[in-house]
Design a protein around this ligand. Sequence first.
Ligand code: AMP
Length: 561
Amino acid sequence: MEDDPFEAEAGFAGLGLRAELLRALTALGYEEPTPIQQEAIPPLVAGNDLVGQAATGTGKTAAFALPLLQALTTEGRDGGPAALVLVPTRELAEQVSQAVHRYGRELGVRVLPVYGGQPIGRQLQALQRGVDVVVGTPGRVLDHIERETLRLGDVRTVVLDEADEMLDMGFAEDIEAILAETPQSRQTVLFSATMPPRIDGIARRHLREPVRITMGREAPAAGEMPLVRQSAYMVAKAHRSAALGRILDVEMPTAAIVFCRTREEVDQVTEALNGRGYRAEALHGGMSQDQRDRVMGRLRGGSTELLVATDVAARGLDVEQLTHVINFNVPAAPEAYVHRIGRVGRAGREGSAITLAEPREQRMLKAIERLTGQRITLEKLPTVTDLRARRLEKTRTALQASLETDDLERFRVVLDSLADEFDVENIALAAVKLLHEAAGGDVDEDDIPTPAAPSARNAQSRDARPGGGRERRPGARGSDAGVARLFFGIGRRAGLRPQDLVGAIAGESGLSARDIGAIQITDRFSLVEVPEPAADMVIAAMQRSTIRGRRPTVRRERFMR
Ligand code: AMP
């Protein structure tokens, strides 16, 4: 008999993980391993080196973090760190540390993020007390090695996460120097969203007979792809819930499934939607079969319009009324996307598939497009003006329906008694206003900011040489409409290198290193090209941070050539 798919422990336990980790995953609401976890965890637990092609959003962090934690000994942890994870940005260092901490809570794992810009004193104290896992950016890790505050002689596993980004940022030489400090016998794991030859070179030089994993290769069988309208919205994590509500307001689905990653997320989203006046119900693997059947009954009967579900719980679901599938985040694997959108557009019915994505998940969307051979249209979030127009439209439709079908005679006395005193047109307007307000009225919300969308054009024109000596032609794309040039009041005299700028901008603003265009460094100042929509956000982010210990002026360049 098959394992009960609703037990997280069944899915993850099948990968040979220890009980402490399984309990942590269940508590986090993870129901089953993502494909990359399924494939990567067993060979990593067995001690193999591994090269994985996987982007953000695939669950790659847990794919390497769980095996690290699996190998952690609980006694005699007096030596140096047992694992080192190198990441390109501060933001990722923090995210990965938090993930390691969450998964390894029961094991009492001591994890430390180290990155530039943070006071080194705090890092030194933590290192002295002892840590099991260090997650750091290459520059700062090398800094600690040179100060002899970080010794890597006890490291059993090194992970290079987002290796292509690290190379793009000019960290190749730093990475080589760091690897040289770790034992030859170590296990080495490399994750990268793309596999350019330089990454392959690193894998060949530093990994031993690695297991290779590539995601998103299994094309759907002919006829498996339903014909549905596919679109995506770029939205920052903090605004995702508000964006979902707004999209639903405009789309007005008859019935929809909103897919989430975890049980916790399902509960949060359900609550938020109910708060917005929708009849939404949760469906996840933590519920009994009976509870799930009741929820499905209410959806079919029309008393529930939205189902908020995990993949596991929605498997095999066939609901005739379903008009929309909404992905609250990009699914962990392109194949999962195909399964999800298969819930609509069945048997010739029409449907829509809508995906909310963070800018850094853009690559996952591309991978999905490659797999399905279909386009996902990027759309702009409805603005407050759009919403107002939509609500007025709804009011108009309701009035039209009433005019066409209702018997309105018994209200004539009201009209006649007012008509002596007021103009009939004005009476009609007042009635419309009351109806509109009764149906929810105007929108009392702010517009949701659109994050900067990474641009493929910039990605292609990147040029990074090993050793970090990247100096890109200034003004090469200076006349491009979509590019803003920023002035940084810091230059070569302060020891500034291109990778410091890229690191600071990517780390602080969340922009991908690939989105940063030409960089020009002079003695006293520097000019950096960033996508125009992101310019103000970058300036704001830089005002909160330091570069090489300074807080330089950052503004738009005043004199565009
Ligand atoms: P990553 O690709 O590592 O950045 O992970 C993307 C997101 O998926 C993170 O928010 C994780 O917490 C979440 N996640 C990772 N693995 C799973 C899983 N097996 N089930 C549900 N969520 C997951």
